[in-house]
Every structure is written in structure tokens, then in C-alpha cells.
Design a protein around this ligand. Sequence first.
Ligand code: 173
Length: 331
Amino acid sequence: MRNSIGHLTRVAGAVAVVALALGCSGIAVAQEVTLRAVSSFQEGTQFSRNFERFVERVNAEGRGQIRINYIGGTRAMPPFEVGNAVRNRVVDMANVTGAFYTNLMPEADGFKLATRTMAEQRQNGAWEFVNRLHNDRLNSWYLARQFQNVPFHLYFRSRPERIERFDFTGLKIRVTPVYRALVEALGGQAITTAPGEVFTAMERGVVDGYGWPILGVFDLGWEQVTRFRLDPGFYNVDVNVLVNLESWRRLNDQQRRILETAALWLEGLDSENVQIIAAERQRQAGANIQPIALPEAAARQFLERANEVGWQSVIRQSPENGARLRQLIAN
Ligand code: 173
């Protein structure tokens, strides 16, 4: 009896030690949070690439604390569904342009019109305002914005007749919300498609041209169906990194700091774009994509018109927030 009690005491002691050890390691394991992430662009292409570098960096620096499980790009999820997926926590994180979630947040159409840098926007309350819009409409945290120094262009299969007067009457142009108001204001017919449908739409003659940034034309082979690019470029690209709000709130301070530090690094990668753009213009010329350069006065008019039409459209869709956004992000 005495023996068996002694035995039981020893067993209980051992169990307690094991439980303690498990308990501790259990806490340590639970501390590494995994976030599931998607991109609204194809994996490995221009507008996914820096986000993929960001994922690598977070996974290296966050070892033991936070890990991003990158599920992939448009193979994993259609681009126009990404905003909703981060809102509903189908994913925890998304690399997505505002143009793909204007259905949830009409103001997102205005990000392309920002003239203040992200550094300025983080100082003057713009980031906070835009973050609040994301909190309210996308149930998400506005972690970063990339590619602010990359303009959009219009590309064509053949030289449009009245292009010098930027008259698009009779032209069918593939758009997203980025270019829709402008194309329509200039008399063109706007047809919305995801990037993955541009090649076929051009090849089959469903459209005469398309809107796209200066970068990324070669990613999906569009040089085969493109002969002209209208210069100047207009607006600027926004590709945002969003984190579902609940996923964000569940992180501890240190995990958030890892993401925030990497986000600033990610925004800093924009400094690489100046050289990348110069090389890309050369590459387009080499692939027989000719620039149609508007004369200086016409170019100025075109840009003014684009800017005006862009803001009108945002403010029409969201009068108060649109006007506030303009004050905060544009000079
Ligand atoms: O043209 C598009 O699909 C589009 O709106 C966009 C936005 C940001 C980067 C690349 C494309």
C-alpha cells in the first residue's frame, strides 16, 4: 500500500513535469501565427513579385513568431474576388489593387490619383483616413501601398485615327475602373475584363486596345497583340497589402511590428521602379511597340482631363469621402 502510494506520487510528479514541459512548448508553438495570403495578379508577374519578396522577408525575420503562407495568385482566386475574400477572412492577407474592390469601396478608385507620397500620407492623416475606409468596408487593415511611381498607359493594336486629339470615338477599349471614366469621357466604349482575358480579347478583336501600367506587358505575352502605346502615362498604380481586421487584431505587438517594418521596406522598393521603367520602355520598343507621343500642349491637356475625369468619378460615387480623400492624397 505504502509502496503503491509512493509509486502514484512519483507518477503524478512525472506527469506534472511532462505537462509543464508540454504546456510551455505549447505556448511557444501557439505564438507562431500563420497568415494565409493571396495576390490578385499571377504568381511571379510584375505586380506580385515585390509582394512575394515581402512574404520571404516576413518569413525570414518572423521565424517562430509569424509566417505567411502564400497560396498564390489568380490560379488560387479570381482577381475581382480578392477584396471580398480578405473581408470575409477566407484569406488573412491580400496583395490587391483598389480597382479590383471598388464594388466594396468606391473610394478605392481614387488611390490612382494620389500625388502625395506614402511617407507624406502617413504624416498628414491620409493613411489613417484610408485605413479607416478599409476597416469599415473591407474589414481589413491597410498595411502598405506599392508602385506609386508607375503610370498607366493605353495600348492599341493599330494606330487610332484621331489619337492626336485623344478622340476615342468608335474604339473599344478593355478597362478596369482605373480607365473606365476616362475612356468613356473621350468617346470610347469601355469593356471591363480581368487581366487574364486581355490577350484573347485583343487577339479576337473584341477590343482595339487596353489600359495597363507601363510595366508588365510581357508577363502574359501581350507584345504579340500590341503595336502602339499612347504617351504620356497617366495616374499611378496602387497595389495594396491588406490584412483582415480580425487576423490583425489577433497579432501581438511584436508580430505587428514585423509586418509594419516589412511593409515600409516594401513601399521603399518603389525606388527600383525608375530604372525598371526605363528598361521596360526600351524593351517595348525592341518588341515593336511604338510610342505615340502627344505633343506637349496636348499631353498637358490629356493629363488634366484624365485627372479631372478621375476625381469627378470618385466624388460622384462618394461625395463626402471622395472630396476628403482628394484633400488628403492630392496636392
Ligand atoms: O488594368 C488593370 O487590370 C488594373 O486595373 C491594374 C491595376 C494595378 C496594376 C495593374 C493593373
